[in-house]
Design a protein around this ligand. Structure first.
Ligand SMILES: C[S@@+](CC[C@H](N)C(=O)[O-])C[C@H]1O[C@@H](n2cnc3c(N)ncnc32)[C@H](O)[C@@H]1O
Length: 420
């Protein structure tokens, strides 16, 4: 495609994504479905440019003020992540000159907001929690793309065998530092065509998510509930940990998300999973299972701010009001899910949020209202599950993973045992 035609398409896509009224990944996919003629490289240039813009949106929008012509085109020029010579071939002499001038501006000279690219309502609590120096390390890590983590399905093969199969396909993978089930790949090779993937030998799953399933640590033959199973990333890890025995209920209010679990279940070889759509957290199905379940995972709906490396649009699409609404849901879901746990059973509350408000605050409220649940030390529980170096991410007994500290998405998890 002619460079200017591609730049114009990029501007068109930016104009839609930048309205922030839908998740960026679905807007980008829909755009590609409408433009079937785009090649692989062209798609990659457009997608990476859009994500670069979303990561540093404050900076780019500020720098773009000085130019002329339509704003989406200026943003496309500034955030462009395809080849530089290709971009230059699309520009008028005036645009060339403007871009050179703007690119010469030193980032250090810019105001803090233009360097961290976080909304104030989010930057403030993070800065307060981490301190100035660490806050900047987090901000930098959030603006880096995430690596590709895989979880090996140990029902099918060992981690070292999966690593060898990847190597044979020319893909370098290294064991993840904490999860005994994980492999990490730099870049984004297409793994979904490999027999290793299509036969259910590996699933794409951030190391942090793997650790949540390891913290629940379900055993052979147990009754287990994944209360907010969604498309089942953690369900699959739990089912494999149970060695395909016992009964694992995968509940969610979204039938659409549970549908996405089905092909993954088919690949995984699991037959101990029972997906069920529930109307809400007090559904009759939940009432019938009260006090009968060995282990319950609440992977609660949350702001998702721990996944900003993958979903940078969330920092612009979330708001303090949304977080307050999510807290109400988190409280209600945790309280209902806790009723399922039998005496001696384990409950895990988890989110992929960075905010105390959705994490420690919810866990502390639950603990205060639930004297029959005693906190479990996550470091101890994880070391029993063969997780190494958990001291690097357990704070006050709870799991707290950060992109800049642990190279995972941001996660929180607290665990309790029911005494009576
Ligand atoms: C963080 S996502 C789950 C991700 C999933 N566990 C995974 O590993 O792929 C939270 C899920 O909670 C579901 N949810 C929202 N409200 C719920 C409720 N009241 N009861 C059960 N699930 C709910 C959402 O539909 C969403 O799929």
């Amino acid at each position: 495609m002619h460079p200017n035609a591609l730049l114009e398409l990029c501007a068109e896509l930016i104009a839609v994504v930048n309205k922030l009224d839908a998740p960026a990944d679905s807007t980008v996919s829909a755009f590609f479905r409408q433009h079937k003629n785009l090649g692989q490289r062209e798609r990659a240039s457009l997608a990476e440019t859009v994500y670069a813009l979303l990561r540093e949106r404050v900076k780019f929008q500020n720098l773009a003020q000085s130019g002329s012509g339509p704003m989406p085109r200026r943003l496309a020029m500034l955030a462009w992540r395809g080849s530089d010579s290709f971009l230059r071939a699309a520009l008028s002499p005036m645009e060339q000159q403007w871009l050179t001038q703007v690119q010469a501006i030193s980032v250090e000279s810019l105001a803090p907001r233009l360097r961290h690219n976080l909304p104030d309502w989010l930057a403030e609590p993070l800065r307060e929690r981490l301190g100035e120096e660490e806050f900047w390390r987090l901000a930098a890590a959030l603006n880096e793309p995430a690596p590709l983590d895989l979880r090996v399905n140990t029902l099918k093969l060992k981690r070292e065998d999966a690593q060898a199969e990847l190597a044979a396909a020319g893909i370098d993978a290294v064991p993840t530092p904490y999860s005994p089930l994980g492999l990490r790949i730099d870049g984004k090779p297409a793994i979904n065509k490999l027999a290793l993937f299509t036969s259910g030998g590996v699933e794409v799953q951030d190391e942090g998510s793997q650790l949540l399933a390891l913290l629940l640590a379900p055993k052979r033959g147990e009754m287990v509930v994944d209360f907010c199973a969604g498309a089942g990333g953690k369900t699959l890890a739990l089912g494999a940990a149970m060695r395909n025995t016992g009964r694992l209920y995968a509940f969610d209010v979204s039938g659409h998300r549970l549908d996405a679990l089905k092909p993954r279940l088919a690949r995984s070889g699991l037959s101990n999973v029972y997906p069920a759509q529930i109307a809400h957290e007090r559904d009759d199905r939940i009432k019938r299972l009260a006090g009968k379940i060995d282990r319950v995972l609440v992977d609660a709906p949350c702001s998702g701010l721990g996944t900003l490396r993958r979903n940078p649009d969330l920092k612009w699409r979330q708001s303090p009001q949304a977080v307050t609404e999510l807290q109400a849901k988190q409280r209600a879901i945790l309280a209902s899910a806790a009723r399922l746990v039998k005496p001696g059973g384990r409950l895990v509350y988890a989110t992929c949020s960075l905010l105390d408000a959705e994490n420690e605050v919810i866990a502390a409220e639950f603990a205060a209202a639930s004297p029959d649940f005693v906190p479990l030390d996550a470091a101890e529980a994880l070391s029993k599950a063969q997780v190494e170096r958990s001291g690097e991410f357990v704070e006050n007994g709870a799991l707290r993973l950060w992109p800049h500290r642990n190279a995972t998405d941001g996660f929180f998890a607290a665990a309790w045992e029911r005494t009576a």
